[in-house]
Design a protein around this ligand. Structure first.
Ligand SMILES: Nc1ncnc2c1ncn2[C@@H]1O[C@H](COP(=O)(O)OP(=O)(O)OP(=O)(O)O)[C@@H](O)[C@H]1O
Ligand SMILES: [Mg+2]
Length: 240
């Protein structure tokens, strides 16, 4: 299979200005991620990992630089076009799960599909299928507080996939989980990356978790310092 970049970033900068203090959170970052890759972003606290993920996920706008996602130069898009791209092509998994407490697992999963409003889709079937895929087929009607942290995060993964996105972004998806639940979440992400060929970009502090990635991007003070391939021979690496 020939690979092509699904994310391409050139000379990305993001500075936060607070009063007289300017924090250069991202400083001249250039990178490229191929469709189907699973990439881990690592770096010390404050190195700019979440800031980078927010720019790549169109949650925030950079100070300067060029971002191309799924063939679209995103700097040129209107807010409305960016929202449409987010909903249809990108999925998100957050550290705090961000599920809606009043909704069941199935409802949480199919909400973004209803928002997208594609014709001819049975939302309930789609949600049920995805919950099966994350091993929660028997928890469809549970509300978030009736689920463990790891289960909630797997509901969040199913939700992130409901519109068949090209890319899933996950910012420290296991940070609030115990080791075993964290491993299940990472294994689920890695399996779906392989089976659905969805590109996954995740942030982690944990060297063990970085082994699930084909490649690690390291940030230090807002700059990319090294990009090393770890997929070959790694326990959880894919065979692409
Ligand atoms: N909204 C904001 N306003 C001002 N400064 C910010 C803002 N968000 C982040 N920063 C600053 O930008 C830098 C990068 O922050 P970021 O959240 O991207 O780091 P991180 O690598 O994700 O850290 P952590 O591992 O602690 O989550 C930090 O110095 C932070 O203080
Ligand atoms: Mg962060």
């Amino acid at each position: 299979m020939t690979s092509h970049p699904i994310i391409s970033v050139e000379h990305l900068r993001k500075s936060y200005v607070l009063g007289t203090v300017t924090v250069p959170a991202l400083d001249d970052v250039s990178l490229s991620i191929d469709a189907g890759e699973m990439v881990c972003i690592m770096g010390k606290s404050g190195s700019g990992k979440s800031t980078l993920l927010r720019q790549l996920g169109l949650i925030d706008r950079p100070s300067s630089g060029r971002i191309v996602i799924d063939g679209q130069e995103v700097g040129e898009l209107s807010e409305r076009e960016r929202s449409a791209l987010r909903l249809a092509r990108l999925g998100y998994v957050f550290q705090e799960y961000a599920l809606i407490p009043e909704l069941t697992a199935a409802e949480n999963v199919y909400l973004p599909a209803m928002m997208l409003g594609r014709r001819g889709i049975d939302y309930r079937d789609r949600a049920a299928g995805l919950l099966e895929q994350v091993d929660l087929g028997d928890r469809m009607r549970h509300r978030p507080k009736q689920l463990s942290g790891g289960q909630q995060q797997r509901v969040a993964i199913a939700r992130a996939l409901v519109n068949s996105p090209a890319i899933v972004y996950a910012d420290e998806p296991t940070a609030n989980l115990d080791t075993v639940s964290g491993r299940t979440v990472m294994e689920t992400l890695a399996r779906l990356n392989r089976e659905l060929d969805v590109t996954v970009v995740f942030v982690s502090h944990d060297l063990d978790e970085s082994r699930y990635a084909d490649r690690v991007l390291r940030l230090s003070d807002g700059r990319l310092v090294a990009a090393d391939a770890v997929g070959a021979g790694a326990t959880a690496g894919s065979s692409r």
